[in-house]
Design a protein. Structure first.
Length: 364
């Protein structure tokens, strides 16, 4: 089923539907170092919604809120809380991407349309994926504006808040129990993606909970999307807690890469980002488990940064607590030093930390 007649170049942007776009955008600016680059709303002639585009490195987040009642955006927020609606891909041919996807069984979310302004033209189309999430195909070969036609560039001074985030490493989708494989089949059939990495509940479990996960990747493996589902345990897993509060399958977290995780985490902590704690016991035999690493283990322990290794090298990672009141969307900060893994060796420590937070919320 390969022979895809178009190419996905990478993640284009993620659009979040939130209750208050201005305040949410300010949070991402002030704590995570994003820079506002474009805006769409009343001042640009849009009457029903407002969007702020934030950028850092190759990462683009679009923060959107409704301006009227009884809108699709408002209904999405009522049901799911603040969350990611759109995981958009940059493609070389949006029309072909949309047509091919429908031929392979996908359902349309938006027919191809050409959008223009003084900076050029783009072609946009979209398909539905799991839950209420969509994938927009963005063809921007002939566009030189700040983001997309219809958005007004924001003349922002040099970004002094940068935290060193570079690009999206991967984006994780949570599924109800029993639906992971059908979603992976969808990505294989519609996009021609392959199964890059997989773990099951024998690999990832604690005394109380477990999960299964398959990482789907496109041909050049620039785009990776782990697909998770809960596995049966003595108590409720973090995946099931997400499903309960989001009410459907949805995007659980974005993993953002950095070239210096120690510096990034120090800055983000100082700016007020809450990270999941890691017990000191995790670091007691770290050198024996991982081997030699460049970083000082005491500093990693002070910051709560996790480390895992494979045959290609090692990686460092840390996870924020949920960034909104519902225990749904959070972020991962990751630095890869050769390793292509997804932290299999860290899942038990991570799960125990999350279970501690679930216990506080009364959801374990």
């Amino acid at each position: 089923m390969k022979n895809i007649p178009y190419s996905i170049k990478g993640f284009d942007h993620c659009e979040l539907y939130v209750g208050n776009a201005k305040q949410t955008a300010y949070y991402y600016q002030s704590t995570m170092g994003f820079k506002p680059v474009a805006y769409r709303g009343l001042e640009t002639g849009i009457r029903d919604k407002v969007s702020y585009v934030l950028n850092q490195g190759h990462i683009n987040l679009v923060i959107t809120s409704p301006l009227e009642k009884n809108t699709e955006i408002g209904k999405h927020i009522d049901r799911h809380g603040d969350g990611i609606k759109d995981v958009a891909f940059t493609v070389n041919d949006s029309d072909k991407a949309w047509k091919t996807s429908l031929e392979r069984g996908a359902e349309s979310a938006m027919e191809p349309k050409e959008v223009k302004d003084e900076n050029g033209e783009t072609v946009l189309s979209a398909i539905k994926t799991f839950g209420d999430t969509i994938h927009t195909f963005v063809e921007r070969t002939n566009y030189n504006g700040s983001f997309l036609p219809g958005f007004k560039a924001i003349d922002y001074k040099e970004n002094l808040n940068k935290t060193g985030l570079v690009h999206i490493d991967h984006i994780v989708g949570n599924q109800p129990d029993g639906e992971m494989n059908s979603v992976c089949d969808f990505y294989e059939k519609v996009f021609g993606w392959h199964r890059f990495w997989t773990v099951d509940d024998k690999d990832i479990s604690t005394e109380y909970s477990a999960l299964r996960s398959i990482v789907m990747a496109n041909d050049n493996e620039i785009v990776k999307m782990p697909i998770n589902e809960p596995a049966e345990g003595l108590k409720k897993s973090q995946i099931q807690e997400f499903i309960d509060y989001y009410e459907t399958a949805g995007i659980q977290h974005l993993a953002l890469s950095t070239k210096d995780i120690i510096s990034t985490v120090k800055i983000m902590r100082k700016k007020g980002v809450d990270f999941l704690p890691t017990p000191r016991s995790y670091y007691e035999n770290l050198s024996e488990r991982i081997g030699d690493i460049d970083e000082n283990i005491e500093i990693l322990a002070d910051l709560g940064i996790l480390v895992d290794a494979d045959e290609n090298g090692y990686m460092l990672q840390i996870f924020t607590k949920p960034l909104q009141d519902r225990p749904t969307l959070f972020f991962e900060i990751i630095q890869r030093k050769g390793s292509n893994s997804f932290g299999k060796g860290n899942f038990k420590a991570l799960f125990q930390s999350i279970e501690s937070e679930q216990q506080k919320r009364g959801n374990l």
